[in-house]
Design a protein around this ligand. Structure first.
Ligand SMILES: NC(=O)c1ccc[n+]([C@@H]2O[C@H](COP(=O)([O-])OP(=O)(O)OC[C@H]3O[C@@H](n4cnc5c(N)ncnc54)[C@H](OP(=O)(O)O)[C@@H]3O)[C@@H](O)[C@H]2O)c1
Length: 357
């Protein structure tokens, strides 16, 4: 993009999603390198000292210190777009205060996901829902959320085949990685040698957010997809990458060729040239033992979109049920990468200011 880069900040920069934000925003063509906000635990510490991801930290941000960043301080420093990786509860009022000051927010937190005037966005699936942001009053920033990490992968896999199968119900069982719980996350003694078949509020979020994202925008409101979603969510001892077993009760029988063609042809952002958008967004595997978290979580091309593609495999038809597995990187497609792609789309479609400082 030829316009000047937009001044940005990350809130929750010391956390798991925050560190992925720092990685993705270093050297970004649309956004300036971010100010780093954190809570009392990490205030004053450099990103280099905090770094815990397996991926290398961005050299340009290593010595930058985390600070307590208030809405007033962000406004004073000319920040125009904030990437929020705050815990739910803390995020809600702070994000609303930023928007009132004219600062746009791209949030991972759940507080505003179901608000009537807030897009819950996965650009390949429901870019049209961005128009909800037009309901906001002039002078305010836009607030755009991305979904729960297990919904993010599911909707990208299901959207291309919705018309082919016309679902009567969607059943999904998740095998969710430890990093989905952030830091400090699940106690090691609770998860080593174990699977925990409960993640608080996860099944409710997965169901309602999937229905909203796959819903239609009508008269500036979302009519959710009226198909029952029946999730089982479990935490397993993988580090990154949520695996999901999907069973769709179909009203129409698809052929194998139709399914492959629909997944392979799906690339609705092909013409948009968004830096973090993967092409293709769905990678279809034929091997009998894929997708796997260890081998497929970094799917996605070009290099900036690593971890943004979702991998579909083990596709089976047992009438009237279509069954397959889907895998996506919870902290990239389901977290920071999803927010960065949302911000790129918002900027590309004119919802963010054009210039820098
Ligand atoms: N992990 C995932 O895969 C994933 C995926 C999608 C969405 N999410 C959502 O993304 C958000 C962040 O998740 P996470 O996994 O990165 O959590 P995390 O690792 O626990 O990080 C939380 C961050 O918020 C900061 N913070 C906490 N309280 C604060 C306060 N009162 N004021 C300012 N900063 C504060 C923390 O700073 P300190 O270091 O100072 O405590 C830390 O930087 C959550 O809403 C989560 O539900 C997570």
């Amino acid at each position: 993009m030829s316009e000047r880069r937009l001044p940005t900040a990350i809130l929750g920069a010391s956390g798991y999603i925050g560190q992925h934000f720092a990685r993705l925003l270093a050297d970004h063509p649309d956004f300036e390198e971010p100010l780093l906000g954190a809570g009392p635990r990490s205030e004053g510490t450099t990103l280099g000292d905090l770094w815990q991801l397996a991926e290398p930290p961005p050299a340009s941000l290593l010595d930058r210190r985390c600070a307590r960043l208030t809405p007033a301080a962000l406004e004073r420093r000319g920040v125009r777009a904030v990437f929020s990786a705050l815990p739910s509860g803390t995020a809600g009022p702070l994000e609303a205060a930023l928007v009132r000051r004219g600062i746009s927010v791209f949030s991972n937190a759940s507080d505003h996901r179901m608000d009537a005037d807030v897009p819950l966005l996965v650009p390949e699936v429901n870019a049209a829902h961005l128009a909800l942001a037009e309901r906001r009053r002039p002078g305010r920033g836009v607030l755009v959320t991305n979904p729960n990490c297990s919904a993010a992968g599911l909707v990208v896999a299901v959207a291309p085949i919705l018309r082919l199968v016309r679902p009567r119900a969607i059943h999904v069982t998740t095998y969710q990685a430890l990093s989905g719980a952030g830091y400090p996350g699940v106690p090691s003694l609770a998860i080593a040698d174990n699977v925990v078949p409960f993640i608080p509020e996860e099944e409710e979020k997965l169901a309602r957010e999937t229905q909203r994202i796959l819903g239609r925008l009508r008269a500036r409101r979302i009519a959710p997809l009226r198909v029952p979603l029946l999730p089982h969510c479990a935490r397993v001892a993988t580090r990154d990458g949520h695996l999901e077993a999907v069973t769709i009760e179909a009203q129409r029988e698809p052929t194998a060729a139709e399914l492959s063609a629909a997944w392979r042809a799906f690339d609705p952002l092909a013409g948009d040239r968004l830096p973090t958008s993967p092409h293709p967004p769905v990678e279809l595997r034929r091997e009998p033992d894929r997708p796997q978290p260890l081998r497929d979580r970094w799917a996605g091309n070009p290099a900036r979109a690593r971890g943004m593609a979702v991998t579909v495999g083990r596709v089976r038809w047992s009438p009237p049920y279509l069954r397959f597995f889907v895998l996506s990187h919870n902290a990239v497609r389901g977290g920071a990468g999803g927010s960065v792609l949302n911000a790129e789309l918002a900027r590309h479609r004119g919802y963010l200011p054009a210039g820098g400082r």
